[in-house]
Ligand binder design. Structure first.
Ligand code: NAG
Ligand code: NAG
Ligand code: NAG
Ligand code: NAG
Ligand code: NAG
Ligand code: NAG
Length: 506
């Protein structure tokens, strides 16, 4: 709205207003933002990113001015076609988020010819909605970007709500054929027959399930064969699961603000630390309102590979190594225990060394594979000669032997010395010389580090989705005494402003 006003006043007034506005928006707005942003794009539309824009070049706005589609600058020189929340530049949807980014240069062209197409012919990059009969692009006040056919038959030919990235805004349907992927590409969320679940890709394309929420079916039951379930953030303050378009939820996961009559806009986002978090817009900030995993040590890798998490913070599994920062217990890549033997035979035992530690347990172990073992040696034996196995955790009271088939991530520190861990460390993973101090996981700083490091781990192409979660998991752990390593809610570990650290670009 401010943008429209500017064009009605004289230049000198505009300059004053500009100052005010740029202060208000913490200089996230550029001069270009002050042009009236279009309310619709028609066939023939073309745009390239402007040199002078430092953060966001808007192209299309919704009727409230809350949301815009435009070019968002990433890592200074790259570009992502993004729908953002205007006041905070918070991305809500991105075209091709986890593949190669386009460059912020005049070589990158966005045009609308029935398809919305982003292309850089020099670099051979191309993204398209692959629609043929669209004649108008609009951004709805829900932040949904739509391509419409206004002629015959009129209708929506494409919408961004069908291709979520890491965020779902309120009333956006999340269906069983969709995947939410964290912006670092490591974590994803999908729906199952009667549950929603989070998965991590710690190595290659194999996935480990680490969180599963089954529908409680309080108001309606999931009926087998009655169609797939979907999920939706409801404006009343909860994530609802629904079967086959029914309006009666089969499950309700309440936000903190559930049923409080406050006017707000809600979203959930799959974060770079693997947590699913809900926020509401209070007019100034995004306030944390929900988190799937409230205990920081239950996150998939809060202290990084070979880390050890306890309520007060992080250390390393190897007690002769001190943690210098996220992922700093061992330098280098975890390597691949199955390669290096030449021919078709993996070389066993030569490319790793073994680390043992008592008083450790796996997070989310109820979702992991296990075998029964009669002794620690027996348990280790299942893992030792198998190059797909990175480690085992044995509980001598129950005989459960959990096998870890991805590079070791963060384990939990427990008081029970009867829980014993056996871990392979790839020889390519060099031991860190300790110089520094052990660091606690200050969530604020910690999460920034996590963002940086996970970002650089990056991801390889993703074609194969082997759903290991479906294998033999979620089996009862009746024998397992769960003494609940509960170091308190995640929130307590951080500063009160930690949600704004994660959500705002400042
Ligand atoms: C729009 O442009 C793209 C890229 O040049 C092309 O592949 C596509 O066929 C065009 N669509 C129409 C409807 O002309
Ligand atoms: C958003 O658009 C819908 C449909 O056009 C309308 O009913 C609703 O009042 C609008 N909401 C706001 C906040 O403008
Ligand atoms: C949208 O704009 C209205 C009016 O300026 C404001 O009250 C509301 O908080 C905005 N919503 C969001 C999500 O920014
Ligand atoms: C490290 O752990 C081993 C075995 O768990 C123990 O014997 C040793 O005393 C520990 N060393 C330190 C420095 O805590
Ligand atoms: C090796 O370990 C993997 C992962 O734990 C398991 O799936 C596989 O069955 C094991 N192979 C043998 C021969 O035990
Ligand atoms: C399990 O291990 C602990 C610590 O090593 C030991 O004190 C305890 O006796 C063992 N329990 C059984 C049942 O073997």
């Amino acid at each position: 709205m401010e943008k429209a006003t500017i064009n009605l006043v004289t230049r000198s007034h505009a300059t004053q207003l500009l100052l005010i506005i740029s202060t208000l928006f913490a200089s996230t707005w550029s001069f270009n933002a002050l042009e009236v942003t279009a309310q619709a794009l028609l066939v023939g539309f073309k745009a390239t990113p402007s040199h002078s824009v430092s953060s966001f070049h808007p192209l299309l706005s919704d009727s409230t001015g809350n949301f815009s589609l435009g070019f968002l600058r990433v890592n200074q020189t790259q570009l992502s076609l993004t729908v953002i929340h205007n006041p905070t530049l918070q991305p809500l949807w991105q075209a091709s988020p986890t593949t190669t980014l386009f460059s912020w240069s005049e070589k990158t062209l966005l045009f609308f010819n029935g398809s919305l197409v982003l292309s850089d012919q020099h670099a051979g990059l191309f993204w398209s909605t692959a629609t043929t009969n669209g004649d108008k692009v609009v951004l709805l006040n829900s932040s949904n970007l739509q391509i419409l056919n206004t002629a015959d038959p009129p209708g929506v030919v494409w919408q961004s709500f069908d291709f979520p990235t890491d965020t779902l805004v309120e009333n956006q349907d999340f269906r069983s054929d969709m995947t939410l992927v964290s912006s670092n590409g490591v974590y994803s969320m999908r729906l199952g027959d009667d549950y929603m679940a989070l998965y991590a890709k710690f190595q290659g394309n194999e996935e480990q399930i680490y969180w599963k929420h089954k529908a409680l079916e309080a108001k309606a039951a999931v009926v087998e064969g009655n169609g797939p379930i979907s999920a939706r953030v409801n404006a009343a303050g909860y994530i609802g699961m629904y079967q086959n378009g029914s309006t009666t939820p089969v499950d309700v996961q309440p936000f903190n603000s559930f049923q409080r009559p406050i006017n707000r806009f809600l979203l959930v986002r799959l974060e770079q630390d693997g947590n699913l978090k809900g926020y509401y817009w209070d007019g100034t900030n995004w306030d944390l309102d929900y988190q799937a995993i409230s205990d920081m040590c239950q996150l998939p890798s809060p202290c990084g590979p070979y880390g050890l998490c306890r309520g007060s913070g992080c250390s390393c599994l190897d007690n002769t190594t001190q943690l210098l920062g996220w992922g700093q217990c061992y330098a280098g890549q975890p390597g691949d225990l199955c390669s290096g033997g030449g021919d078709d035979k993996p070389k066993i035992g030569n490319n790793f060394w073994v680390l043992r530690r008592k008083g450790v347990d796996l997070p989310y172990k109820e979702l992991m594979d296990y075998k029964m073992a009669t002794s620690l040696e027996n348990c280790e034996g299942y893992c030792e000669g198998n190059c797909s196995c990175w480690g085992a955790v044995y509980n001598n009271a129950s005989g459960f032997c959990y096998l870890v088939d991805y590079p070791i991530q963060t384990l939990l520190s427990v008081g029970d010395e009867g829980k014993m861990g056996y871990f392979k460390v790839g020889k390519s993973a060099e031991k860190k010389k300790n110089v520094g101090l052990a660091v606690g996981v200050g969530v604020g700083v910690g999460s920034v580090v996590i963002l940086g490091l996970l970002g650089s781990v990056g991801l390889v192409g993703c074609k194969i989705w082997r759903t290991r979660g479906e294998r033999r998991r979620g089996v009862k752990r009746v024998l397992e005494e769960d003494e609940g390593v509960s170091p308190g809610p995640y929130k307590n570990l951080g500063s009160p402003s930690f949600s704004s650290i994660e959500m705002s670009p400042r």
